[in-house]
Design a binder for this molecule. Structure first.
Ligand SMILES: NC(=O)c1ccc[n+]([C@@H]2O[C@H](COP(=O)([O-])OP(=O)(O)OC[C@H]3O[C@@H](n4cnc5c(N)ncnc54)[C@H](OP(=O)(O)O)[C@@H]3O)[C@@H](O)[C@H]2O)c1
Length: 252
C-alpha cells in the first residue's frame, strides 16, 4: 500500500493526554492509530468520542510486552504498510515519593520497563514503517520531572518532587531522543525525533485524582498536548533533538 494520508500511532491512547491527542489529531484530519493495552478500553474510548473506524483504529498495544509490540507493528504493516508519526505517550510512575536512599528496586525497574525499555522497543519496531514515509517523526512524551536542570532549580515544582526511578527513566528517554535523532541526521534520513514536556496536567496519572490535582494547580488536559500537537502537525518537520514545552525549550 502507498502512503496516502498522515498516519499517527499514539501509545497509551485510550485515556488521559493520549486520548486527547487521538481526538485532536483526528480533528486535524490525520488517520489515527490508538494503541491501547486493553482493546475493550480503547474501543469504548473511541465510541465515547463519537469517532468512526475511518478516523481511528484501535490496536492492542502493551508497550512492556514485546509480543504485543511485534504484533502491533505487523498489524500496521498489513493494514497500512507505513506510519508517518509515532507518539510515545504511554507512561506511569511506580516510585512516587519514595526516598532515593530506600527506593524499591522493583518499582524502579517497573518505571524503566514502561517509560524507557518499552519506548525503545516500540520505536525500534515502528522504524521500518516510519522509513516508508517520505518524512516521518517520533515524539516522545517526556516530562520536566526528567530534567536535571529543573531538579536543581528551587524555583520549579520539580525541585520539591521525588520519584527518582520515574525521573531517571524520563531522563534516559531524553538521551535516547537525542541519540536517535543524531543517528537519523547522520544517515540523512527524513525522520525527526523530539521530546516534549506536557507540564503538570490533571489526569489520573500515577493513580491520581484529576480533581485533586487541579486543586493543586494542575492544568486542563488540553493544555498538556499543545506542544505535542504543534510538532505533530508541523509539516516543515525541521526540529529534531529538542526538548520543549508550550513555553519553549526545557533544560535537559
Ligand atoms: N499528567 C502529568 O502531569 C504529566 C506530566 C508530565 C509528563 N506526563 C507524561 O505524559 C504521558 C501521559 O500521561 P497521562 O497524564 O495522560 O497519564 P494517564 O492518564 O495515567 O494515562 C496513561 C496512559 O498510559 C497507558 N499505559 C500504562 N501502561 C501501559 C503499558 N504497559 N502499555 C501501554 N499503555 C500503557 C495507560 O493505559 P491503561 O488505561 O491501560 O492504564 C493510559 O492510556 C506519560 O508518558 C506521562 O509520563 C504526564
Amino acid at each position: 500500500m502507498t502512503e496516502t494520508q498522515i498516519l499517527t500511532l499514539v501509545t497509551g491512547g485510550n485515556r488521559g493526554m493520549g486520548l486527547e491527542l487521538v481526538k485532536q489529531l483526528s480533528q486535524a484530519g490525520q488517520r489515527v492509530l490508538m494503541g491501547s493495552r486493553n482493546l475493550d478500553n480503547g474501543v469504548a474510548a473511541v465510541k465515547q468520542l463519537g469517532l468512526t473506524d475511518d478516523q481511528v483504529t484501535v490496536i492492542q498495544l502493551d508497550v512492556t510486552d514485546p509480543a504485543s509490540v511485534t504484533q502491533a507493528a505487523q498489524t500496521i504493516e498489513n493494514k497500512f504498510g507505513y506510519l508517518t508519526t509515532l507518539i510515545n505517550n504511554a507512561g506511569a510512575v511506580f516510585d512516587g515519593r519514595q526516598a532515593p536512599s530506600q527506593v524499591n528496586l522493583d518499582d524502579v525497574r517497573a518505571d524503566f520497563e514502561l517509560n524507557y525499555f518499552g519506548l525503545i522497543d516500540v520505536t525500534e519496531k515502528m522504524i521500518p514503517l516510519l522509513e516508508k514515509s517520505s518524512q516521518a517523526k517520533i515524539i516522545n512524551i517526556s516530562s520536566m520531572m526528567g530534567s536535571k536542570t529543573a531538579a536543581l532549580d528551587p524555583t520549579t515544582n520539580v525541585y520539591q518532587a521525588v520519584a527518582v526511578g520515574y525521573q531517571s527513566a524520563k531522563a534516559a528517554a531524553n538521551m535516547y531522543t537525542v541519540q536517535l535523532a543524531k543517528e537519523f541526521q547522520r544517515r540523512q534520513q527524513p525522520i525527526t525525533v523530539n521530546a516534549t514536556d506536557p507540564g503538570m496536567i490533571a489526569t489520573a496519572f500515577g493513580s491520581g485524582d484529576p480533581e485533586k490535582s487541579k486543586a493543586m494547580g494542575a492544568l486542563p488536559i488540553e493544555d498538556g498536548v499543545v506542544r505535542t500537537m504543534e510538532l505533530a502537525t508541523d509539516f516543515t518537520n525541521q526540529a529534531t533533538a529538542t526538548f520543549t514545552n508550550s513555553d519553549g525549550a526545557v533544560g535537559w
